[in-house]
Design a protein around this ligand. Structure first.
Ligand SMILES: [Mn+2]
Length: 408
């Protein structure tokens, strides 16, 4: 059997075998090069280096065994396989990697999936679904100092707002990949894996994508797969109370630190987890208490909540309108539409019951398309607006919901 020696330390060598196993062996005393070796599984050692190119080695790896965890189209399957091979190549090339992942439960789950393949990468939990120019410049300056580097964005970057920053990477010739599930016309299938292309509900979340790619390459999935899927309300899994709570704790932790290892440690240690679960519950209770004082507009059986997030953000330093909106919807019940705004952004969440009556974010946003910029899935969306238009926007949102309910 062949194996690719892709990394070495003072005492160990790291080898990826053609049967998709990633192993660590003691380093031989004689000098040794990276490259393809004959591996003896009985003796558990490498025998000799052979002249096989990286392309030929990847071509020998047998991916035909792979069955996706969930039902996906053949086109999507093909696209994921291409990405898995590209990512395997990054690994075998021993690239210095920066992994940026969005700071919510799905983003963190996605980071866990990709970290199975690249445990030594630099991992950053990133407080924005849009890749910003300032962070691109910071990444570029780090990556240019390495001879062999790449950037992977997960659960972020798949949107027009990120294109300018991504273009800077291109200008500098930096390798990058984007793995995301948000609505976005794919500009380049070699660099972007956007599951929305294959399913516009967004249920194939970033966590699913990276865990499935890790599986293709022979790694096991874990609990974070389910936590991430539940965090983004994917219909692929049953949301148990325990998974829901874990996704809330992840949302909480990722709001306050960008440190992957810290969050992973807390989530994996039952004692630490309990402590942070208590803190997260308290923070979310504060949000729930704040909404009690907000009124809603009742249209038929649907309650429409308009909530100003600014006082919530000021009081409990919880920055994300998306997380606030999701949590409020959870409390308000399924026959609700939750519309949260700060000074420049609206976030909408549609409850299951409201959705069944035909209400969705696209219909709502169509009614105000002349005043907003943004997008999203049918049950969750967010857009920018100018604060002078707030009253008229809310008026039109209510009318658009009324119209849907009247036309039933
Ligand atoms: Mn997501």
């Amino acid at each position: 059997m062949l194996g690719y020696l892709y990394r070495q330390s003072d005492t160990k060598v790291f080898i990826y075998l053609e049967n998709r196993k990633d192993i660590v062996l003691d380093r031989p005393t004689t000098p040794i090069q990276n490259g393809v070796y004959v591996y003896d599984p009985k003796e558990n050692r490498i025998v000799e280096q052979v002249s096989v190119s990286i392309d030929d080695f990847i071509a020998r790896v047998d991916f035909s065994y792979w069955q996706p965890m969930f039902n996906i189209s053949n086109d999507m399957k093909q696209h994921m396989l291409e990405f898995a091979k590209k990512i395997l190549r990054y690994k075998l090339e021993n690239r210095f990697l920066i992994l940026r992942s969005h700071n919510d439960a799905d983003g963190f789950g996605a980071a866990v999936g990709i970290s199975k393949i690249f445990p030594y990468a630099m991992k950053i939990i990133y407080p924005n679904p849009n890749y910003q120019i300032k962070d691109a410049i910071s990444d570029i300056s780090i990556l240019l100092n390495k001879s062999n580097s790449a950037l992977i964005l997960t659960d972020l970057g798949g949107n027009v707002e990120s294109l300018q920053a991504l273009n800077l990477l291109k200008v500098h010739g930096i390798e990058f990949l984007v793995i995301d599930h948000h609505p976005f016309q794919n500009p380049n299938r070699d660099r972007f894996l956007i599951s929305w292309e294959y399913d516009n509900t967004g249920k194939y979340t970033a966590t699913y994508l990276t865990h499935e790619i890790a599986r293709i390459l022979g790694y096991d999935t874990d609990e974070f797969l389910h936590i991430g899927l539940v965090g983004d309300k994917s219909s692929l899994v049953e949301p148990t109370e325990e998974l829901k709570m874990k996704s809330i704790v992840l949302d909480f932790l990722t709001s306050f630190t960008s440190d992957y290892n810290f969050i992973y440690t807390v989530m994996s240690n039952p004692h630490l987890y309990r402590e942070y679960e208590i803190s997260a519950r308290e923070k979310y209770m504060e949000i729930a208490n704040l909404i009690d004082r907000h009124s809603y507009v009742q249209i038929g059986k649907i309650k429409v909540y308009f909530i100003d997030a600014e006082p919530i953000i000021k009081r409990i330093e919880f920055q994300s309108t998306g997380k606030i909106a999701s949590y409020i919807l959870e409390n308000a019940g399924e026959d609700s539409v939750v519309v949260v705004h700060n000074n420049s952004r609206y976030t909408i969440r549609i409850g299951e019951g409201a959705f069944r009556l035909g209400i969705d974010t696209h219909k709502i946003m169509n009614s105000i398309s002349d005043m907003i910029a943004g997008g999203g899935h049918l049950k969750a969306a967010s857009f920018r607006f100018h604060s002078t238009n707030r009253k008229i926007i809310q008026h039109r949102i209510l009318n658009s919901i009324k119209k849907v309910l009247e036309n039933r």
